[in-house]
Design a protein around this ligand. Structure first.
Ligand code: SAM
Ligand code: ZN
Ligand code: ZN
Ligand code: ZN
Ligand code: ZN
Length: 434
């Protein structure tokens, strides 16, 4: 069923240009907004674009902290609050974390007043749901153009989003019951969950800033493909930059990936269905070999066979699996249990062991129960590279350093097979800054 929006595509384009303003638009004109063959509206190149070129920059409608509770950041400037002895919560009693500088400024005063009026039940605690709700509350303070833009976005209907609001309401003694306001919150939650970007707003790790979630009106129109031609980064909490990962021809749709690049097809399919409500039919999704990467592969369950099994059908979340060697077929239920076992076994180690134990586990134990191409093992190798590039005190043996180089080469080969181009992940692997 075609999607219905409350605004025509040309009028939406006009509003976005009004929001960005002439200064930002001056060097920001390689794109146009058109109806997309993928779904609804999309962004298209108006000229040829080179790999690595900035395609567009966008300015947020609203931003807010993420729910990540283990790392407290100021809910206004997103700087990490490191001094555990100092009281990091707003001294006016709204319960939100705030840095010294922002507590003396005026940006926080209106939301602070609202939170205090609603009376947090546990004012001395920093509650993850309330952190996440800050970006939604800020939708109340939008100007006219920005509010129109918010209402023009796609907002998927999901029963879990009602839950999200209910959980927030339960954290306050005096949460509003006004229907119009609740509907506006509900809509804003759906618009955020359909379109928002989350990420570190401190790319160079110079400013000690944490993760942010933000809604960008133009970037919200980017549709998804599993091997996209564009990637994004936050230039500041309010500015998102979209860059080309490979050459893009005039007229081509600009697409990004809503999932992790190295996930298996089934994993991406499940994630997209659950969180974004659609089934991707891109070339990578319909190729059972997954561009020859076999990221889904599991060992054959037939006694004595050492072959690998892959999902046979690409259009279902419950495919049969077939062995490439003996051609046995097993139902998805059996293979899903096996995939969960591999995932849990490897992920439990990732979080619990030292880097050298992890390398030994990957090299000696994993090959017994998990094919090397399986995405869980691939992600474990990525994790090792990441930890080794950050470890400052640990000294590594020649052998361990060689392993890291081998993992890097394997991952780069994988990205090449996927056609991922000059994506952020490739830069991070080659620069070793994940
Ligand atoms: C961030 S929005 C993208 C912009 C959207 N097309 C619009 O008109 O506002 C995300 C939604 O777009 C749709 N979508 C994005 N990529 C898609 C694809 N490859 N196939 C089908 N639907 C897609 C899904 O409905 C998804 O929930
Ligand atoms: Zn601050
Ligand atoms: Zn406050
Ligand atoms: Zn796909
Ligand atoms: Zn077999």
């Amino acid at each position: 069923m075609p999607l219905k929006f409350n605004i025509s595509t040309p009028n939406l384009a006009k509003l976005i240009k009004l929001h960005l303003g002439p200064e930002i638009l001056k060097n920001n004109n390689a794109w146009e907004i058109l109806e997309s063959p993928l779904s609804g509206r999309g962004i298209f190149a108006v000229r040829d674009i080179d790999a690595g070129e900035v395609i567009l920059s966008d300015i947020a409608l609203t931003t807010g902290p993420t729910s990540t509770s283990h790392q407290h950041i100021c809910c206004v400037c997103y700087k990490t609050l490191e001094d555990i002895d100092r009281d990091i919560q707003c001294k006016n009693g709204c319960s939100l974390p705030l840095c010294e500088l922002c507590s003396n400024g005026s940006s926080h005063s209106t939301e602070c007043e609202l939170f205090r009026r609603w009376k947090p039940k546990e004012p001395t605690q920093i509650i993850p749901q309330l952190l996440r709700f800050v970006s939604i509350v800020r939708c109340l303070f939008l100007g006219d153009t920005q509010r129109k833009l918010l209402l023009a976005l796609q907002a998927n209907n999901d029963k879990y989003y009602a839950n999200e609001l209910q959980k927030v309401a339960q954290c306050f003694a005096n949460f509003p019951s006004d229907r119009e306001m609740l509907e506006y919150f509900q809509y804003s939650i759906a618009a955020f969950n359909t379109n928002a970007f989350e990420g570190s707003c401190d790319r160079q790790q110079m400013e000690n800033r944490g993760r942010v979630r933000a809604l960008f009106p133009l970037a919200s129109l980017l549709n998804h493909q599993c091997t996209p031609n564009a990637d994004h980064y936050f230039d500041s909490p309010e500015t998102l930059v979209i860059i080309a990962t490979r050459p893009i021809s005039k007229g081509e749709e600009i697409v990004t990936s809503y999932t992790k690049l190295l996930w298996s097809t089934l994993m991406r399919k499940m994630f997209l269905k659950m969180t974004k409500h659609f089934e991707c039919c891109c070339p990578r999704c319909v190729d059972p070999s997954e561009n020859g990467t076999y990221l889904s592969a599991l060992f054959c369950r037939q006694q004595g066979c050492k072959g690998i099994m892959i999902p046979v059908q690409t259009k279902t979340l419950q495919p049969d699996w077939r062995c490439l060697t003996c051609e046995s077929v097993f139902p998805h239920s059996k293979m899903a249990r096996y995939q969960d076992f591999a995932l849990n076994t490897i992920n439990n180690r990732i979080n619990a062991c030292s880097i050298s134990d992890m390398i030994t586990f990957i090299n000696d134990m994993c090959p017994r129960f998990c094919p090397p191409s399986n995405y869980v093992l691939v992600e474990a190798k990525l994790n090792v590279i990441w930890r080794m590039s950050r470890a400052t005190t640990e000294v590594f043996t020649e052998e361990q350093l060689k392993c890291k180089d081998r993992y890097r080469a394997e991952l780069l080969e994988l990205l090449e097979k996927l056609g991922a181009g000059e994506c952020t992940l490739k830069k991070l692997i080659t620069e070793e800054r994940l």
